[in-house]
Design a protein around this ligand. Structure first.
Ligand SMILES: [Zn+2]
Length: 333
C-alpha cells in the first residue's frame, strides 16, 4: 500500500480516536456538573470572560481594566481548582485523555509557525511500512521479562575468556543499556554494539531498549542487516524506487536497530553502504540519533572481516558489549 494511503488511514484513525476522547470527556464533565453545579457556572463564566477579554484587548484598554479582568479570571480558576480538588481531580488533568500529550492525537503540532508531524504518527507510519514483520513481538519484550536465571553464575575463564560469570556480565550489559536509555538525548552517550553468539539475548535486549525509547516518544526503526543492505543496494541500482524513503528513514530515525550483522553475505558495495549509514548517523548526531548494532561475530572477527574505516568508527563511537554464556533458547524449553 502506498505511503499516502497509509497516512490517510492513520489520520482517519486519529480523528476517530480524538473524537471519542473528546466525547468521553464531555460525558464525564456533564456527570460532574450534576454533582457540582457551581463548576458548570464557572466554566460558563470563564468562556464568557475569554470572549470579553479578546474584544477588550482589540480596543486597547488601559492597564487597570486589564488587571481587573485578569483578577476575575484568576479567582475563577482558583475556585475551579478547589472544587476539582475536592473530588480528587487536578485541574491539569481535567480534559480529554489524549494518548499523545504533544499533538493531542491530531498527529501534528506547530513550532515556530511550522506544522510538524508528531513522532507518534511518524512511528505508526514506520511500523506499518517497515517494522511490522520485525517488531511484532517487540511490545512483549521488556526489562520485566529479563530472566537472569538463563545466565550461569559460574565464571569459566577457559570457555568464556572472562573472569566474571555470564550472569555478572549480562547484569553489566543491562546497566549499560539502562544508561543508554536514560542518556539517550545526550550527544556524548555512545551507540551500542552487541557482539556474541546467537541465543544470548542480543535481539531481546535491543527490543527492550527500543520499547523504552518508544515510550519516550522517539522513533525506532528495526532492520536486519542483510535485508536493509539488500534493499539499499536495490535502490542504488534503480531496482526499487520506493526504497529512497527507507534510506532517509534509516538516516533520520531516532533509534536505528541493525540486527544480525554477519559476514556471509557481505561484499565491497555493502561494506560501503554500511559505512555510509554508520558514518552519516554519527555525523548528524546533533539530532541525537543513536544506533544499536548486534552481530554474532566477536571483536577479532569484526576486525578481520570489516573494513578498517568501519571498525575505527565502531570502536570510537560505540560501547562494545560482549555477550557470553550458553544459548538461552534451549533453557526456555
Ligand atoms: Zn503525537
Amino acid at each position: 500500500m502506498s505511503k499516502i494511503n497509509n497516512l490517510k488511514i492513520l489520520l482517519n484513525e486519529y480523528e476517530q480516536k480524538r473524537y471519542k476522547k473528546i466525547h468521553d470527556f464531555e460525558n464525564f464533565k456533564s456527570e460532574l456538573y450534576k454533582e457540582i453545579p457551581r463548576l458548570k457556572e464557572i466554566d460558563k463564566e470563564l468562556s464568557h470572560m475569554a470572549i470579553k477579554n479578546t474584544k477588550l484587548l482589540i480596543n486597547n484598554p488601559d492597564q487597570s481594566i486589564i488587571t481587573q479582568m485578569e483578577n476575575i479570571i484568576n479567582n475563577l480558576i482558583k475556585e475551579k481548582k478547589n472544587l476539582l480538588n475536592s473530588v480528587n481531580i487536578s485541574i491539569e488533568s481535567f480534559g480529554p485523555k489524549y494518548d499523545c500529550n504533544i499533538c493531542h492525537d491530531t498527529g501534528y503540532y506547530s513550532e515556530n509557525n511550522r506544522t510538524i508531524m508528531c513522532n507518534c504518527l511518524k512511528q505508526k507510519l514506520l511500523d506499518i511500512e517497515y517494522n511490522q514483520a520485525n517488531m511484532s513481538n517487540l511490545k512483549k519484550e521488556t526489562f520485566d521479562n529479563f530472566n537472569l536465571a538463563y545466565y550461569s553464575d559460574k565464571p569459566d575463564k577457559e570457555k568464556y575468556h572472562s573472569d566474571i560469570s555470564p550472569r555478572d556480565n549480562i547484569l553489566m550489559i543491562k546497566n549499560v543499556a539502562i544508561n543508554f536509555i536514560n542518556n539517550f538525548d545526550n550527544p556524548n552517550e555512545k551507540n551500542l554494539l552487541f557482539s556474541g553468539n546467537t541465543g544470548l539475548g542480543k535481539t531481546f535486549l535491543s527490543s527492550c531498549i527500543a520499547n523504552e525509547i518508544l515510550k519516550k516518544g522517539k522513533t525506532v526503526l528495526y532492520q536486519t542487516a542483510p535485508m536493509m543492505l539488500d534493499n539499499i543496494i536495490d535502490f542504488r541500482f534503480g531496482k526499487k524506487t520506493e526504497v529512497s524513503n527507507l534510506y532517509d528513514t534509516i538516516i533520520n530515525t531516532d533509534l536505528l536497530v541493525i540486527d544480525d550483522l554477519g559476514t556471509e553475505y557481505m561484499n565491497n558495495i555493502k561494506f560501503t553502504e554500511l559505512f555510509n549509514i554508520i558514518n552519516t548517523r554519527i555525523l548528524t548526531s546533533d539530532k541525537n540519533t543513536k544506533t544499536i548494532i548486534s552481530t554474532n561475530l566477536n571483536i577479532n572477527n569484526l576486525l578481520s572481516t570489516y573494513d578498517e574505516r568501519i571498525m575505527s568508527r565502531l570502536i570510537g563511537s560505540y560501547n562494545i558489549c560482549r555477550f557470553f554464556g550458553e544459548d538461552i533458547r534451549f533453557k526456555k524449553i
